[in-house]
Design a protein around this ligand. Structure first.
Ligand code: KG4
Ligand code: ZN
Length: 397
């Protein structure tokens, strides 16, 4: 099948490289560090399992080593943001090429930093989807080649499950069950999480994702890509009450979201201000940014609290890139404290895409015996589109 050829050629070409890495490596420096102390040895009946995680679904290359007794041993993360900024968004072909250059040096570095050897790795977890097809193929090719060279299992991980479980990497970690707010560049979902693989979708965006709304609004305000962090920074200088923007679907009676109207409201407001004064002043831009951020945060906060009350669950976890937003964090913390709920976030450096969350999700799946996405006999596939509901269904089967 011609469509599969590049993937197999890629993994074959990597085999000699990976094998030579295996042979060449003698001993590594023991700069061991442990930034996470999550323990779940009961799942492995006292056995410590070392899992390599690889993430390459979009514009971040991440490689990490997770040990089921000691926690996260080491991770490497490279963001391609600067490269894509010139184009105003991710260029898929450039993303794939850059992943190719990064993964093996990153692997080398995490082994050195953790003081572990390739032969110590028990299993490899890699993002199988959803994401950019070519970018996903880079990570899965490397993982499969490495698995073949080491004779170790390779597990395909759902990117969103990585985000969803990443707050469990925080210390202290939340217990199941919890409500998860997943807010990334491509998704805005509220989920009830009963256990690993037991996810029920409670509500989601009917149009733009929260991160997408941040990025598009940032672009309207002349901020670079990715817009979320830049808009959040500008918003700290503005008055959130200077303008009143709509709170879409705040009273819709369900847990769905809609953010595209908010972006249009910002466009209308910006045009009005421009027409009045000829251009947007720095103060206008900061005020618009603050008003936008406040509107989106209010909707997210109210829906999260409704989800917790309705489900009778006391714990909220927040995952995905927008989870790094400080106004969102303080609003959720304040609302939850009032109602007696607890909120957990992943460490800020693990909010956006990273290899640690993939290694961790892989570990959790193996621990729960949910290894149905194991790549066997050196064959692998990627799933650019992969609803999380399909993952749950296969897990429950
Ligand atoms: O989870 P993520 O790294 O990638 C996806 O899987 O989409 O999320 C990226 C998104 C982008 O839209 C980015 O603008 C947004 O998260 N983001 C933020 C902040 N940091 C990242 N949005 C608002 N405030 C932030 N501090
Ligand atoms: Zn992501």
């Amino acid at each position: 099948m011609p469509a599969r050829k590049p993937a197999f050629r890629g993994s074959e070409a990597l085999l000699p490289i990976l094998t030579s890495m295996l042979v060449a490596r003698r001993s590594a420096k023991t700069a061991h560090y442990n930034s996470c102390n999550l323990q779940f040895p009961q799942h492995f009946q006292g056995h410590t399992v070392l899992i390599l995680g690889i993430e390459s679904s979009c514009d971040e290359t991440g490689v990490a080593l997770y040990d089921t007794t000691s926690g996260l041993l080491a991770q490497q993360l490279f963001s391609q943001v600067e490269m894509h900024a010139a184009y105003g968004g991710v260029v898929p072909e450039l993303a794939s090429r850059d992943h190719i250059q990064r993964i093996l040096p990153q692997l080398d570095k995490v082994l050195i930093d953790s003081g572990r050897l390739l032969k110590d790795i028990d299993a490899i977890a890699v993002t199988q989807g959803p994401g950019l097809g070519g970018a996903l193929l880079v990570g899965t090719s490397v993982a499969t080649a490495l698995g073949a060279a080491l004779g170790k299992p390779v597990l395909g991980v759902h990117h969103l499950e990585g985000h969803l479980l990443s707050p469990l990497l925080a210390v202290p970690a939340p217990n199941f069950p919890f409500i998860a707010l997943l807010v990334s560049g491509g998704h805005t979902q509220l989920m009830s999480v009963d256990d690993v693989g037991l996810y029920t979708l409670l509500g989601e965006t009917v149009d733009d994702a929260a991160g997408e709304a941040f990025d598009k609004t940032a672009s309207l305000l002349g901020l670079g890509y990715p817009g979320g962090p830049a808009l959040a920074k500008l918003a700290t200088l503005g008055d959130p009450n200077a303008y009143k923007l709509p709170r879409p679907m705040l009273h819709s009676g369900d847990l769905d979201f809609s953010f595209s109207g908010l972006k249009t409201a910002v466009l209308t407001l910006a045009n009005k201000l421009r027409n009045q004064a000829g251009s947007l002043t720095e103060e206008d831009r900061a005020n618009v940014a603050a008003a936008f951020e406040t509107a989106i945060v209010e909707v997210l906060t109210v829906k999260c609290m409704t989800a917790l009350k309705t489900a009778g669950i006391k714990t909220l976890v927040v995952a995905g890139g927008v989870g790094a937003n400080q106004r969102l964090r303080s609003s959720l913390n304040k609302a939850a404290a009032k109602l007696g709920f607890a909120v957990f976030y992943p460490p800020v450096n693990l909010c956006t895409d990273n290899g640690a969350m993939i290694a961790f999700a892989g570990a959790m799946r193996l621990a729960a015996d949910l290894g149905e996405n194991l790549f066997t006999r050196g064959a692998f596939s990627v799933r650019s589109r992969w609803p999380l509901s399909e993952l749950s269904a296969t897990s429950l089967a």
